[in-house]
Write a protein that binds this ligand. Structure first.
Ligand SMILES: Nc1ncnc2c1ncn2[C@@H]1O[C@H](COP(=O)(O)OP(=O)(O)OP(=O)(O)O)[C@@H](O)[C@H]1O
Length: 353
């Protein structure tokens, strides 16, 4: 039974977005709905950018939508606040039907509840950093003194203190992106939607911004939906990842589930080069402990990664215990850790026993 505390921020069910003539008939007709992209285009002239997608975004999580170019990521996330009108399916925010919202309610949704951070952040060139950040609050009708005060606090939060009076042209790409982020944060939305915000940044600055997002998330616990086509970015940021292909979500899971148990050959090929030991946790790698092993040895949290465990086991020269609230859940030793590095899935290991 679900309680109010468990209501997801977004709840999406059977969502379709079809572009093209008479788009409505595609989800409604099982024959058309089942066609592959090229077949659908040839028969109807339509593109199904999002095909029968269902998922929940939980409160406080970083939910990543990942996939190659054209897989439907932007269309899906724009449907959440109806920047793009869905063709079929349901979307709820905090249990409220987004598709039933009138224009005023939608405006409120986009301004106060689900703010978007874009790759091209749309900064106003003739305004200062502070005024750019305060702009969203101005639209909301917040008074001048209050909006400047709130904007200054957010500018400091994203590390731009001292730059309040600069114009966008006097900032680096990374700093501009921080202004865009600050502008979205100033509205204090329940959820932040990021549309590939860092893809135009060079790799070092990109890494900086990823860390910034992780830090903000750790400090505030705000729900975030993050679009990216970059696998390492999604593994670094995501609590859960929805991996898209041709408009469908082909796998939804934690980074560990996606890397450790790819749902099909497509996902397997996608994650082939990921260093598994940096993603797989000891909870997955462990085996049952004997009474003797459970009593002594280095202790690790269940969320420790295999690479952290390798260090602990090498240092102690003995198996490490996976401990949760004082209880030993199992142990990891050389063999179980090496199996992860070698790419042997836990299921395959069990079959081999
Ligand atoms: N307005 C539109 N009209 C027709 N087709 C569209 C429209 N917008 C998107 N599409 C098509 O829908 C599919 C998904 O596009 P979408 O932009 O959502 O993908 P994406 O995964 O975000 O790609 P990228 O990473 O390149 O931004 C693509 O095949 C695209 O060509």
């Amino acid at each position: 039974m679900s309680t109010a505390a468990e209501t997801p921020v977004f709840s999406v069910d059977g969502l379709w977005k079809v572009f093209g003539p008479k788009a409505d008939r595609v989800p409604a007709d099982p024959g058309l709905a089942a066609l592959p992209p090229a077949g659908l285009r040839a028969r109807t002239g339509c593109t199904a950018a999002v095909r029968d997608v269902s998922f929940d975004v939980r409160k406080g999580e970083v939910f990543v939508v990942m996939g190659l170019s054209g897989s439907g990521k932007s269309t899906l996330v724009r449907c959440l606040t109806r920047l793009i009108e869905p063709t079929a399916g349901t979307i709820a925010i905090d249990g409220e039907d987004v598709r039933a919202m009138d224009r005023a309610r939608l405006r409120e949704l986009r301004r106060h509840r689900a703010a978007m951070v874009f790759q091209h952040f749309g900064l106003l060139p003739h305004r200062t950093v502070l005024d750019n950040v305060a702009y969203g609050l101005e639209i909301q009708g917040v008074g001048r003194a209050e909006r400047r005060e709130r904007a200054a606090a957010v500018v400091a939060k994203v590390g731009l203190e001292g730059m309040e009076r600069r114009r966008p042209s006097q900032l680096s790409g990374g700093q501009r992106q921080r202004v865009g982020l600050a502008r979205a944060l100033a509205a204090d939305p329940e959820v932040l939607l990021f549309d590939e915000p860092f893809s135009a940044l060079d790799p070092l600055i990109r890494r900086d911004m990823q860390e910034e997002v992780v830090r903000l998330h750790r400090e505030e616990g705000r729900t975030m939906v993050f679009i990216t086509h970059d696998l390492s970015e999604s593994l670094r940021l995501g609590d859960r990842i929805a991996l898209m292909r041709d408009g469908r979500v082909v796998q939804l899971g934690t980074p560990e589930e996606i890397v450790g148990s790819p749902a099909d050959d497509y996902v397997r090929a996608f994650v082939r080069d990921v260093p598994r030991e940096q993603v797989v946790t000891v909870r997955t790698a462990m085996r049952p402990a004997s009474a003797e092993e459970a009593a002594a040895g280095p202790a690790l949290a269940p969320t420790a990664t295999v690479s952290q465990a390798i260090e602990a086991v090498a240092r102690a020269g003995a198996p490490a215990r996976v401990m949760d609230a004082g209880r030993c859940l199992g142990v990891v030793d050389h063999e179980s850790l090496l199996a992860v590095v070698a790419g042997v899935t836990p299921a395959a290991r069990q079959e081999a026993v």
